[in-house]
Design a protein around this ligand. Structure first.
Ligand SMILES: NC(=O)c1ccc[n+]([C@@H]2O[C@H](COP(=O)([O-])OP(=O)(O)OC[C@H]3O[C@@H](n4cnc5c(N)ncnc54)[C@H](O)[C@@H]3O)[C@@H](O)[C@H]2O)c1
Length: 451
């Protein structure tokens, strides 16, 4: 096909909103379809409905120029588009498998309106084999649409930067000209990326520009395998942390030295409360489930999942030991509810799990997060008090738990903590607070796998 000029993005969540807003600065007209009215209304005002560094100015400018058009209408957007990016959610079913209702629903609706020759790009994370099924659907609907898998690797918190300065772009598909057309879009993004970085106020990155063309099935498997491997590293570090606790070693010292080996690398070897968010937990369970569907028992991932699920309970036991065995009636401040720093996302957040477990154990819990208080409200145990500041949360606390690695939390002075708390226990569930400063201020520092 000739070069794409008009693009529709389906789903204005973390992935779709970022993708759509950035592409609208690269010479494309971008329609952004979002059926959720509340989300759509916020986007139409020129901002994101979640916290993401640098995204709002990019949305605002693209709206003002008319190059980004948020809508709920397939009819008004898809027929004009050369390329459709599907960025709809793929949550987990109660049994851990991937819920593909949005994926197939969006594909069917788009197919109804697509002109012949449209390229349909799957950015959502889907189990291997899904693309072939969508291709069959298009055939059944008698639609000439080329299907391409282009899995997304952005991280919440650095979504704009990651999209502009990607490590690699994976594009899988059987039709070479469709694959090339999608690669062209990223080459176009490369031309504009420094300019967009300035608008967003994010750093200008290194020139990462690796393009990897694969088969459709491989592209789908690459995405879940990458996330599963990162989750595996975290759970591995956590299992070593539990051993370090028993054996009197320090997991940070261990992983610093282990990770200094270039073959291993230090990233994702931080022990602590485990992984959460809208991706790792469901991608791990989706991979396990997709393995079972093919008669493959991925026990290694089952072990990683079990280790992760055990971490909040393990940490609560450590807190219980630190306060002499009884949590009931103890005042505990939980600092950090977002599943990681840099986002307001609380999906499957370990901080929320910790706060809830503590409340269930009878502790009097106050929680605080720099960005996620509002999003966490519905998930928190009804007795948890949401504080407006760190100081407000820790006042008179017996225990403070650091549950998310926000700079505001990690940089909060140990002297101030000690001054406002009633007790002395500081549970560092992310293993990133300065233990020496805590001890010097008279706090009892407890980490995960730390001496
Ligand atoms: N969030 C991340 O960091 C991240 C990173 C890489 C990949 N992914 C993957 O990308 C996909 C999207 O993730 P997300 O976090 O952006 O999800 P999300 O839940 O934030 O957003 C999905 C959006 O799609 C909308 N939607 C549902 N049905 C639709 C339809 N038929 N047409 C148009 N829109 C529809 C929803 O209303 C929602 O706003 C998932 O498969 C996820 O695994 C996410």
């Amino acid at each position: 096909m000739s070069k794409a000029s008009t693009i529709t993005v389906l789903g204005a969540g973390y992935v779709g909103l970022t993708t759509g807003a950035l592409l609208a600065h690269c010479g494309y007209k971008v329609y952004l379809i979002e059926p959720n009215k509340e989300r759509l209304d916020v986007i139409k005002q020129g901002r994101s409905f979640f916290y993401e560094d640098g995204l709002d100015p990019v949305i605002k400018l693209a709206l003002d120029s008319g190059d980004l058009v948020p809508t709920n209408s397939y009819e008004k957007s898809v027929p004009h588009s050369d390329v459709v990016f599907s960025c709809v959610g793929t949550p987990d079913n109660p049994d851990g498998s991937s819920n593909l209702n949005y994926v197939f629903g969006a594909a069917e609706e788009a197919a109804k309106h697509a002109k012949p020759g449209t390229i349909y790009v799957q950015k959502s994370t889907v189990p291997v084999g899904t693309g072939k099924k969508v291709e069959e659907l298009f055939k059944k609907l008698n639609k000439k649409i080329d299907y391409v898998s282009n899995p997304e690797f952005l991280r919440e918190g650095t979504a704009v930067y990651d999209t502009l300065y990607f490590d690699r772009v994976v594009v899988g598909g059987d039709n070479k000209s469709a694959v090339d057309a999608i690669i062209d879009i990223y080459i176009q993004l490369e031309k504009f990326r420094d300019h967009i970085a300035h608008i967003a106020g994010v750093p200008v990155g290194p020139r990462g520009d690796q393009y990897i063309g694969t088969s459709l099935n491989s592209a789908e498997l690459i995405k879940v395998t990458a996330n599963a491997f990162l989750a595996l590293k975290i759970s591995f570090a956590n299992s070593i942390a539990v051993l370090a606790d028993k054996a009197g070693a320090d997991v940070v010292e261990v992983m610093d030295a282990v990770g200094a080996d270039n073959r291993i690398g230090r990233a994702f070897l931080n022990a602590g409360r485990g992984y959460g968010g809208g991706c790792f937990p469901k991608d791990v369970s989706g991979l396990i489930s997709s393995g079972l569907e093919h008669g493959v028992n991925l026990e290694i991932m089952q072990a990683a999942q079990a280790q992760n699920q055990a971490m909040p309970g393990y940490i609560v036991e450590k807190i219980q030991d630190a306060v002499g065995g009884q949590l009931s009636g103890k005042k505990v401040a939980v600092l950090g509810l977002a599943f990681k720093a840099g986002t307001s996302d609380v999906r499957k957040s370990p901080g929320v799990a910790l706060a809830n477990l503590l409340a269930k154990a009878g502790a009097i819990v106050a929680s605080y997060d720099p960005q996620a208080n509002e999003e966490a409200a519905a998930d928190l145990h009804k007795d948890i008090k949401q504080a407006n500041s760190i100081k407000d949360a820790i006042g008179n606390a017996d225990v403070t738990v650091l549950a998310t690695e926000w700079a505001e939390i990690l940089e909060y002075s140990a002297v101030e903590l000690a001054k406002h708390m009633k007790g002395t226990v500081l549970m560092d569930a992310v293993n990133q607070y300065n233990a020496v400063s805590a001890t010097t201020a008279g706090l009892t520092y407890v980490g995960v796998g730390r001496i």
